[in-house]
Design a binder for this molecule. Structure first.
Ligand code: NAP
Length: 367
């Protein structure tokens, strides 16, 4: 029985991974060992004492390590493990190793061929992709598979949970503070709406909201900046859009141009994206719809109508689900090859935990 070590199992991504593995009975037939960076000796999910995630000797006993702990952990531990001669498989949700020559970025419905080729070549590091990139590719796989995309812009609306467990809690605390500040006036039908507006604006700016994680109020606001600054005015999150799309597709030699703005919004879970694409040729809309809808078993085409959009194309509707709806699809006035659409996906499922879970299943020969 393969020994599989799990690190980061209680964080946002790790908890969802655990939930999915239990749902699919994935723990049957593997010897799971749980590690922690902060709770050594306390009871883990299997009631066994948690092992030290910084103990390289203990980690080296594992055939496969699955980390949802974060990039700093990967950078601190992975090089030492490899230098010490560990030959096991490393499966990771963090970005630290995505650009390494010795890794494959995994999204198996889209790039199973690259994964299989990597396994044959002896690649040992398999890394989940950026959440918005993975969700975009799950939604628009049909257009990429058909070689139709000349370039794309992705304007994102990313949820609080994309930044981790602490950020999610901070958003709820901000919402609670804003809600209690405005509750009385909002509930009073006779109150002046401008008074309510002034009250909430003052609350957002008086320095009383908790902002340790986000650095600014997110409740009743948004933050058009995710991750660190890079050259050319892009954030690292925006930079990932192009490099990771091409890395997953294996098109790095002749890259498809992707750019956009990444924005944090007050959604709890699920990342949304407004996409504009230039196709290489003018195709009838029905053909574009067919290509998108038939690409994989998770994508769902939502008719471009208000009723279906409100019911099916929101974070509230998609949260906790594996399907990836694509809607608001139409040609733009810019020209017949220019199309636009909107997609929402659960960034903790297909955007993080699911590709990692499925890679583990591939390594165990179950997928
Ligand atoms: P996270 O929720 O912050 O969890 C990371 C670790 O923080 C946990 O494993 C836990 O480690 C520790 N921790 C400290 N206080 C905690 C608390 N109150 N509740 C839970 N855990 C706590 O991070 P994450 O969002 O899962 O992200 C992990 C990695 O996946 C990152 O590299 C991230 O960039 C990547 N990723 C995240 C998403 C997403 O949507 N969140 C999507 C794709 C990729 P110990 O048990 O060792 O203390």
């Amino acid at each position: 029985m393969k020994k599989v070590g799990f690190i980061g199992w209680r964080g946002m991504v790790g908890s969802v991974l655990m939930e999915r593995m239990r749902q699919e009975n994935d723990f049957d037939g593997l010897d799971a060992v749980f590690f922690t960076t902060s709770q050594v000796g306390q009871a883990g999910p299997d009631e066994q004492p948690l092992r030290d995630a910084k103990d390289v000797t203990a980690l080296m006993e594992m055939d496969i390590l699955v980390s949802c702990q974060g990039g700093d952990y990967t950078k601190a531990i992975h090089p030492g493990l490899r230098a010490a001669g560990w030959q096991g498989y490393w499966v990771d949700a963090a970005s630290a190793l995505r650009m390494s020559e010795d890794s494959i970025v995994v999204l198996d419905p889209v790039n199973r061929k690259l994964i299989d080729q990597g396994l044959e070549k002896g690649i040992k590091d398999f890394i989940g992709g950026n959440c918005t990139v993975s969700l975009m590719l799950m939604g628009l796989q049909g257009l990429f598979d058909a070689g139709l995309v000349e370039w794309m812009t992705a304007m994102t609306y990313q949820s609080a949970s994309g930044a981790g467990a602490k950020n999610m809690k901070e958003l709820v605390m901000q919402m609670a503070d804003v809600g209690s500040a405005g509750r009385e006036l909002a509930a009073d039908p006779a109150s002046e709406v401008l008074e309510l507006d002034r009250l909430i604006s003052a609350k957002l700016n008086d320095g009383s909201l908790p902002i340790d994680q986000f650095g600014a109020p997110l409740a009743a606001s948004l933050i058009p900046w995710i991750d660190s600054a890079l050259d050319c005015g892009r954030t690292r999150e925006e930079w990932k859009g192009m490099v990771e799309t091409n890395r997953i597709l294996g098109t790095e030699a002749d890259p498809i141009r992707v750019d956009g703005q990444c924005v944090r919004v007050g959604a709890m879970r699920c990342h949304s994206q407004a996409l504009t694409l230039k196709l290489k040729k003018d195709l009838p809309l029905a053909e574009i719809e067919r290509l998108i809808a038939d690409a994989n078993e998770w994508v769902r085409l939502v008719p471009n109508r208000k009723e279906e959009t409100l019911a099916q194309l929101t974070p509230a509707a998609v949260s906790g689900h594996l399907h990836v709806p694509v809607g608001r699809l139409r040609k733009t006035v810019i020209g017949p090859e220019y199309i636009t659409c909107f997609t929402v996906g659960d960034q903790l499922l297909w955007g993080a935990a699911e590709p990692v879970r499925r890679m583990l299943m591939i390594l165990l020969g179950r997928l």
